[in-house]
Design a protein around this ligand. Structure first.
Ligand SMILES: [Zn+2]
Length: 444
């Protein structure tokens, strides 16, 4: 080992020498996965008998196993009979605030963030966009991840999103509501200084029960964000607000329109301005009425493994179910969920761009499990499993401008899910998780 001798002769400390050696051995980490069926996230047909070489977390070669030239010393995993797809990208989550079924900004500790991000990863969700309810610790987590190779879901964040004073949205203790246009520019500048990935705003009146953000404020937020080089995303419910925000320059909607069918005017405007249906959150709409009874998945091992016994107890409680089912708008939620599905399918068919997002994090919207619920709900809405997989992988990365993520191609990070069954045959097979890799390392 002449390099080491030279280092020693230079009189470097042994600590530095071991650090250098660690770097050398890290660099030498080469893995080969082979004999799987590849679903690469691009939308191309699956490739049977595929193989990939992963060097230091990135894909350096991918193709048919017959052409594989495995580097000497590579750790090889035979995945005969398995299916490999890119890690899932969830474009709408809320991190770290919920323990069991209680949401509180006080829960947003580094430990709970870590636990939450590992939970997503264990369900094959390798990247999340946190939608505007994050404390500042999220920036440190994101920056540490960028500097290395994370072993938990990668974080993008909309920081602290914009809520109208006394209006709907945000998380108490995190979001400082705004009341006037004059407050907006400094508040957007503060978010930009923290290097948020997006600006988020909430435009809703909670079925007429709360004041809604005036349009001159959403216009000011979007304009100010643009000035700082940032795209703005909106929580919406009403068709009229979707139309107005599209005119104002919004980048995407993080929920479906739910009050009435979308019309051609909105479709044309979204296409013209490149506005995304960034997330349809169909599982969120279903979760609004799922807990008025004992949910069908209460004994599903795929659900149970992600929650505490206390969650099972609470979801099974007749008293809690009665409280939920007697809430004032309970009877309307199935109608809103159906409208969300119908509108989403209409936008997809019309060629509006779309990703996958769940709005998981708040009570009853479970990190990881909710993602697979969403994928199934997208198929229920009329999409093909391939459309759903592409939305949840390549399109998610495209929306995030994450050029190293989203598909399994040369030079990308090896963020992937190994499945025991074919998700193109049945989308529920995304739940047949054998293992998950982030940056080439198994995380489950
Ligand atoms: Zn949300």
């Amino acid at each position: 080992m002449p390099a080491l001798k030279r280092i020693r002769r230079c009189g470097l400390s042994s600590a530095l020498v071991s650090a250098l050696l660690a770097t050398v051995s890290l660099h030498a980490e080469v893995r080969v996965l082979k004999n799987f069926t590849l679903i690469d996230g691009t939308g191309r047909p699956p490739v049977p008998q595929a193989a990939m070489v992963i060097d230091n977390g990135r894909i350096t070669w991918i193709g048919p196993v017959s052409q594989l030239k495995a580097p000497a010393g590579a750790e090889t995993t035979d995945l005969t009979g398995k299916f490999v797809m890119p890690g899932i990208i969830d474009l709408h989550v809320h991190l770290g605030a919920t323990i069991d079924l209680t949401q509180d900004a006080k829960n947003q500790t580094p430990e709970n963030f870590e636990k939450n991000l590992k939970k997503y990863a264990s369900y094959g969700v390798t990247t999340v966009l946190s939608m505007g309810t994050d404390p500042d610790l999220v920036f440190r987590i994101r920056d540490e991840q960028h500097a290395g190779r994370p072993s938990e879901a990668r974080v993008y964040t909309a920081g602290q999103g914009f809520v109208f004073k006394n209006g709907y949205g945000g998380l108490v203790g995190v979001n400082q509501p705004v009341a006037t246009v004059a407050e907006i520019e400094p508040a957007v500048a503060a978010q930009a200084a923290k290097k948020v990935d997006f600006i988020k705003l909430w435009m809703d009146d909670e079925l007429g029960t709360m004041p809604k953000m005036p349009y001159e404020m959403s216009a000011a937020i979007i304009a100010s964000a643009k000035k700082h080089g940032l795209r703005t995303l909106a929580h919406i419910f009403y068709l009229a607000d979707a139309k107005k925000l599209t005119e104002q320059g919004i980048a995407g909607f993080v929920h479906s329109v739910r009050d009435q069918p979308v019309d051609q005017a909105l479709i044309d405007a979204m296409k013209k301005h490149g506005v995304w249906q960034e997330a349809a959150t169909l599982s969120r709409e279903e979760s609004m009425y799922a807990y008025g009874i004992t949910p069908s998945f209460i004994n599903d091992p795929f659900f149970v493994r992600g929650v505490s016994p206390e969650v099972i107890r609470l979801l099974s409680s007749p008293d809690r179910q009665k409280t939920i089912s007697s809430a004032p708008h309970y009877g309307q939620y199935p109608k809103f969920a159906a409208m969300a599905k119908q509108n989403f399918k209409k936008l997809v068919d019309a060629g509006v761009k779309y990703g996958m997002g769940t709005d998981t994090g708040p009570p009853g919207r479970f990190a990881g499990y909710g993602d697979h619920w969403e994928l199934s709900a997208m198929v229920d809405a009329g999409l093909t499993p391939m459309q759903v997989i592409v939305a949840a992988t390549r399109s998610g990365a495209e929306f995030l401008s994450a050029k190293d993520l989203g598909t399994l191609e040369k030079s990308k990070w090896a963020d992937l899910v190994v499945l025991d069954a074919n998700p193109l045959d049945n989308i529920r097979n995304t739940r047949a998780i054998n293992s998950v890799y982030i940056a080439g390392k198994p995380v489950q």
